[in-house]
Design a protein around this ligand. Sequence first.
Ligand code: ZN
Length: 674
Amino acid sequence: MKKHILILSAALALAACTNRPEPQLTPDMESFPYMVEEFADLGLLRYRVPDFEHLTVQQKALVYYLNEAALWGRDILFDQNGRYNLRIRRTCEKLYLNYAGDRTTDEWKNFEIYLKRVWFSNGIHHHYAEDKFLPACSREWFAEACAETGIELSDELLSVIFDPAVMAKKVNSADGEDLLLTSACNYYEGLTQAEAEQWYAEHKDTSDEPKWIGLNSKLVKDADGNIIERVYKAEDDGLYREALIHVVDNLEKALAYAENDQQRLVIQKLIDFNRTGDLQTFNEYAIAWVRDLDSRVDFVNGFTEVYGDPLGITGAWEAMTNFKDLEATERTKKMSDNAQWFEDNSPIDPAFKKKECKGVSAKVITAAILAGDCYPSTPIGINLPNANWIRKTYGSKSVTIANLTEAYNQAALGNGFNEEFLLSDTEREYARKYGAHMSDVHVDLHECLGHGSGQLLPGVSKDALREHASTIEECRADLFSLYYMADPKLVELGIAPDAEAYKAQYYQQMMNGALTQLVRVELGKNIEESHMRNRQLIANWVLDHADKTNPEVEIIERDGKHYLRINDYEGVRRLYGELLAIIQRITSTGNYEEGKALVEQYAVRVNPELHAEMIARYQPLHIPPYKGFVNPVYTPVFDREGNITDVLLDYTEGYAAQHLRYSRDYSPLPDINR
Ligand code: ZN
């Protein structure tokens, strides 16, 4: 289960330096070239890998081979996303590399954008919307350009690229249609939905520790009408064996550099699973992985999330290598170690406080490479494994990826957003100086303390708030965080850098909740998503309860534009505390009517004039709604015996160069995979 990034939240997030002492060799945040390029609705960013140079040589070598294992799986996802994707990618790359005609025409530029979009989506369908996107160059130009360049091109392929009706949707989820026959993804061939569902029903593992049947296979109907399960594995005639052989080979090299026995077991089980495709081995691997908590380096590599399969069974291939962000993990540990103090001092009715409060310690990681379904578009958090029985019995690992959040925040600093929407240079300076760090602190307080705080009165059901439960619960966690963000305790614990830092987050939360998040809502519509409702509820309630003569916070108009102004930050904190007490009482007593009234009054409806104004001011900034990443390049240094003595990191590779290199060096699958 991934917490996918809210697509625009990064653009809306305020940002600044984290006040961390910078390691010498890591390029510093101010001068690091985060933004790479923009096209269509996409923006490509670089991310730093801070602290990599402080890993031991053994850890660096481990990261290096895990990265290699990650990159070798790239073709698999292209093929899973659609059976023509590899052919289309390769055809376009050949043209891109060899075309001798005029590269300054619109036709060429439109073709180039198409190829870049194919790389971004790992195929021909939009990575988020799932619809097929069409090239803006003409079919005639493309066919002729291929012919002139000596590239073979079938009519079939041309129509897959250019005909809007052919393979129109990657994953169809429309009720009443055959989801397999109407989806372009490549997890089934020749089967109807009913046939596939029946096959899964017949093969389902009903034991207490079930195997995830279908996680790593494609179902194919052969010429005689038999349904064959083609398992993804490196051995025998396994599907994707050409790629999995290289994944295994690099995992074996990584094995030699494992940090400890538990991690060695994890890697060995994954090697065995990739060889044999045996799902019992996969369960053993997943359990070993959950138990590996002490290693600095960690990774995901394999068939994982199932959103790409219309039936939600087969895993899309993804990989990410990472290592623990020690400083940030220490921060969340400080929070959870002091959980009882926070509970005891919270501004809620003592009857609703937990007598014994345990915080959650979150692990914060630094991503070293992104691949497969994590690349170029990436989640900023991961929560695995997906098998519920393993989560129940052995737990799960939940991580946030700090260096990717940092890249989003830093890239947002230069996009003109703060200039347009923040009241003055004072707020912009808060944002620059404290924004990124305090937004990390907010997420940590929300997750590590907020959700776990408070208790229900005896007999109150946790479902009492029904359809408003998640909005109210998100409010509760946000308010707990916001209330404490301004507490001197945070400075004392070393979590906040100084007594002013919280102001960046207060301004950001109030402005976003009352005004700027509206740019993500279509004109004429109300707010549906529960996190957005939560933010508007808090902001509008606080504005509504501000003092009428000397408001702590208000919306003002200047030259026909509306801005948020905070006159009294301490006063805003007091109001946050009052609302927290109310929200906690509603939760603890399960008061559905009162919860519903709050949501309906403050969270759902939008002010149509402000809504239109926000969109009108946002659009000219041309901030791309979707972001993705370019990976750093890792180069090993060997001694005469062939041992790795160091791994060097380079951030200069461009977007197209990176994909062309991956296609040249890590592309073992045939055009057609059966
Ligand atoms: Zn939450």
